[in-house]
Design a binder for this molecule. Structure first.
Ligand code: DAH
Length: 344
């Protein structure tokens, strides 16, 4: 029996010498050092041996078991360190490497332009109307009638305005000015609102014209509002949006819902005023129409024009963005070409 133990010892030590990884060491332990291994079995069966050999065999089996245990623990330490070193070497992170690029989204330039304009007017005391007061599908009543636009006005023509096939008095709004009527019907003066949104016109699409674009409408109605207020507010807006040095001009104009009416031009950024295709050679681009609210419009919504007066304006968002960022084709806003959108 002693020989058997010594044989196991030799076999186990040889096996231990050949072990190169923790997994094989685990198998080794199962084979030579577990509760059901040969050595354990020998220790369990000592009672069956003749009394005189029991102590010797028992002591030897214990010694070998102990020795194998110790040696396998030592081997474990060595292998653990080797495997850890290998892992650290292979998985090391170079913190100086540039990070992985994650593509991220951007706010569309029209949205950021609207946000910027809205913020400026909010600082000037205006607040944004609710969506219900700025519908894109309108009746002629709000889009034209209440704005004092005569029945035979060319803007009402199907060449300019999209009409609903099944309901001839329903249009895709051609201007945000209808929001003025909604605002005045909802609330008594003082009223100081702005209303951004989409508008639609039956245009031939070109670098300067699209049949969907955006406007921001503004309205201020109170006692004693006059043209000086209009000029002051809009000049301050232009100063804040374009900066103090951008040449601008007020030009008299006509709109059915304002009297007197003006348009504001901003110097063309593409040619610096020299004249180019974008500004049709004039050096100027119109950004907004404005005026003193026509008494007829106030009367129509039940506001007494002898007590109250107001000014209104409507600006083109695409124009504002084109003139700030030197964009020479309105279609760029709608193509969703990522190379264009990423520049903002
Ligand atoms: N609605 C006009 C347009 O689309 C712009 C405009 C002009 C709006 C004068 C106004 C205004 O509120 O007072 O061309």
């Amino acid at each position: 029996m002693e020989n058997k133990v010594l044989e196991i010892e030799k076999e186990a030590l040889d096996a231990l010498d050949k072990i190169e990884d923790l997994k094989s060491l685990e198998e080794f332990k199962n084979k030579y050092l577990s509760r059901s291994c040969e050595l354990t079995n020998i220790k369990k069966s000592l009672k069956d041996l003749p009394v005189e050999v029991r102590p010797k065999v028992g002591a030897l089996a214990n010694k070998v078991f102990h020795e194998l245990n110790e040696k396998s623990d030592e081997r474990y330490e060595e292998l653990y360190k080797i495997e850890l070193d290998k892992k650290l070497r292979e998985e090391k992170i170079d913190v100086t490497l540039p990070g992985t690029y994650l593509p991220y989204g951007k706010v569309h330039p029209l949205t950021s332009t609207i946000n910027e304009v809205v913020e400026i007017f909010q600082h000037l005391g205006f607040s944004v109307t609710s969506n219900e007061n700025s519908p894109e599908v309108e009746t002629e009543y709000f889009n034209f009638d209440m704005l004092n636009v005569p029945k035979e006005h060319p803007a009402r023509d199907v060449q300019d305005t999209f009409y609903c096939k099944n309901a001839s008095n329903v249009v895709l709004r051609s201007q945000t000015s209808g929001a003025q009527i909604h605002a005045m019907k909802e609330k008594k003066p003082p009223i100081r609102i702005i209303s951004p949104g989409r508008v639609y016109r039956n245009e031939n699409i070109s670098a300067r014209k699209n049949n969907l674009f955006h406007q921001i409408e503004g309205l201020y109605v109170d006692k004693n509002v006059n043209f000086g207020h209009l000029k002051g507010v809009l000049q301050e807006f232009i100063r804040l949006y374009f900066g103090a040095s951008r040449p601008t001009r007020f030009r008299s104009s006509f709109f059915p819902f304002t009297e007197p009416s003006v348009e504001i031009d901003v110097q063309c950024i593409m040619c610096g005023g020299k004249g180019c295709p974008t500004c049709s050679g004039t050096g100027w681009l119109e950004i907004l129409g404005a005026g003193i609210v026509d008494p007829n419009v106030l009367k129509g919504v039940g506001i007494d024009p002898d007590v109250y007066s107001g000014f209104a304006f409507g600006m083109g968002v695409e124009r504002l963005a084109m003139l700030k960022y030197a964009i020479d084709d309105i279609r760029s806003f709608f193509n969703n070409d990522i190379r264009f959108l990423k520049q903002f």
